[in-house]
Design a protein around this ligand. Structure first.
Ligand SMILES: [Ca+2]
Length: 522
């Protein structure tokens, strides 16, 4: 399918942007902690030690990769855990004594790329394809392979970790002093799965835009796709622009500065009512208004979706941000610019219906009604994929730390769902206790994992490491928006939820508006 392939390329592009976005910032924010001693083994020596060896059941290939552009030399190690769980390690020239595990995206199926940020900091890093090979938009691997489904759901990370730890020991003669996991989107789900099911596996975890409520979010995708496919429901680029502009008009200045980003989202939710855009009479009368069918799409988008079977089968609605018209927002994820079957949310729920729920490759997801008709299938999918457990006491008691992060303009996964999870953890574990091991940040104007008009680059790995190793609990961080050459175009404070960055600098001063120092978390 050409459209699926194109969307998949776009998805992978977004995910690689996410990795690239983090690189350049953290590269300048090195750490000087106690663990930063060189183990004395170079990448070349590590490759020599590992090549052709069978470690923890995985037969390895290993070769040094020459320095290229911004990427320094490293040792690349590839292995397969039978029958078909492929992983890759990248061993830094000067090891910092620590292990970094990078999570996947979508339905995985390929090994995520190098994290240059982690490599530059000297980590040994590992990633896997999670046990099957194919497009990240294709769930067909689960149809006749329950083990592949289990690996995707939760088992691939601990399985690969057992090999990775042995490989590190073989290469360097000692185990890593610290192990961290970071992932976004499905990788964020993997992150929370580790926190919940394997609380002793990592010393620190970064869960960005976590797709933790698989049953609920796929159900929400399905509901909105149906609203877009209903007669008159399609959203063209012009309609999306009309909606976004109206939100910006109502809300951009509520954070103290008209900069194209709505940072005070809570005030905007109260200030903006999409009904003001209703076309006279409710029928579509042009690009400057929304028909009743289009307003029904907006309602599906902004309201919670809840399904029979479990209180966890739910998804919080999205907020209207004023950046729906960013190319990485509604066009990519929701509307397909008028053709819903091109949108990523449609494609994800469609493959989910076909292979997890209807278990019929010919099933029509837009005719699959209601979403909660097959309770056994929902329960099975939730058991495999949902990371909705809020009792994080075992993780807390292991001494580990968790950073949650979500882009405020994420049109793939609602930041409100992550807020809800964080809030439920606090209810379960207690406010003060949660504060001792969890930090949660929302980045206004940032798309899914990265991109968008907001400041999307922040050194979360350094913040996590400083917390784990030195006990420096992160507070307000600084995020940057980098231009195409990697230079900071502007910066903003990255505030802990529920705070947002409010402009407190001089009025009508374009230079001042670019500096985080002129904003206050409010
Ligand atoms: Ca603003």
């Amino acid at each position: 399918m050409a459209s699926a392939a194109r969307n998949n390329a776009r998805l992978m592009g977004l995910l690689s942007v996410a990795v690239g976005g983090a690189i350049l910032v953290a590269a300048c924010g090195g750490d000087d902690d106690e663990d930063d001693d060189d183990a004395g083994t170079s990448a070349l020596q590590a490759c020599d030690t590992l090549a052709g060896k069978t470690v923890a059941g995985a037969t390895l290939t290993a070769a040094t990769v020459a320095a290229s552009g911004p990427v320094p030399m490293y040792c690349k190690v590839n292995g397969t855990i039978a029958p078909k769980l492929n992983f890759e390690m990248r061993l830094a020239q000067s090891w910092n004594g620590k292990l970094y595990y990078g999570g996947g995206g979508g339905y995985n199926g390929s090994i995520p790329g190098l994290n240059l940020d982690a490599l530059n900091q000297g980590y040994a890093q590992v990633s896997s394809d999670s046990g099957h090979q194919g497009s990240g938009l294709d769930a067909s691997f689960v149809l006749n392979d329950p083990y592949a489904a289990q690996l995707f759901g939760s088992l691939s990370v601990p399985t690969v970790m057992s090999s990775a730890l042995e490989i590190v020991k073989t290469a360097y003669g000692r185990a890593p002093t610290r192990s961290y996991f970071e992932g976004c989107s499905n990788g964020g789900r993997e992150a929370l799965m580790n926190v919940q099911r394997y609380p002793n596996l990592f010393d620190g975890v970064i869960a960005r835009a976590p797709a933790y409520n698989w049953v609920g979010l796929m159900g929400a995708f399905n509901r909105t796709a149906k609203a877009l496919a209903a007669p008159g429901g399609a959203f063209s680029a012009a309609k999306t622009a009309t909606l976004a502009a109206a939100v910006r008009t109502a809300c951009d200045g509520l954070d103290g500065i008209v900069d194209g980003v709505v940072a005070n989202q809570a005030a905007c939710n109260a200030a903006f009512n999409p009904a003001i855009l209703r076309c006279t009479g409710g029928a579509d009368t042009g690009d400057t208004c929304l028909s009743d069918a289009q307003l029904a799409v907006v309602t599906s988008w902004t309201t919670e979706a809840a399904f029979a079977g479990s209180p966890t089968y739910r998804n919080a609605g999205w907020s209207l941000t004023g950046n729906e018209d960013d190319p990485g927002a509604w066009a990519a994820w929701e509307t397909g610019n008028g053709t819903v079957t091109n949108a990523l949310q449609y494609l994800f729920q469609d493959t989910t219906v076909k292979y997890y729920l209807a278990r019929d490759p010919a099933a029509d997801s837009l005719a699959y009604t209601p979403w909660d008709q097959n309770q056994n299938a929902l329960f099975a999918m939730a058991s495999l994929n949902d990371a909705t457990n809020t009792d994080l006491r075992p993780f807390r008691d292991s001494g580990a730390k968790l950073i949650l992060w979500h882009g405020g303009n994420d049109a793939a996964l609602s930041s409100n769902a992550t807020t809800e999870y964080y809030s439920n953890v606090k209810t379960t574990v207690g406010d003060a206790s949660t504060d001792g091991f969890v930090r949660y940040y929302v980045a206004p104007g940032v798309n899914h994992c990265a991109g968008g008009p907001g400041a999307d680059s922040v050194a979360l790995l350094s913040a996590l490491d400083g917390w784990v190793v030195n006990g420096n609990a992160p507070g307000t961080l600084t995020a940057q928006k980098l231009d195409s050459t990697g230079v900071a175009a502007f910066s903003r404070p990255l505030c802990q939820h529920p705070l947002y960055p409010r402009y407190t600098g001089p009025a009508n001063d374009a230079a001042a508006a670019k500096l985080a120092a002129n904003y206050t978390c409010s």
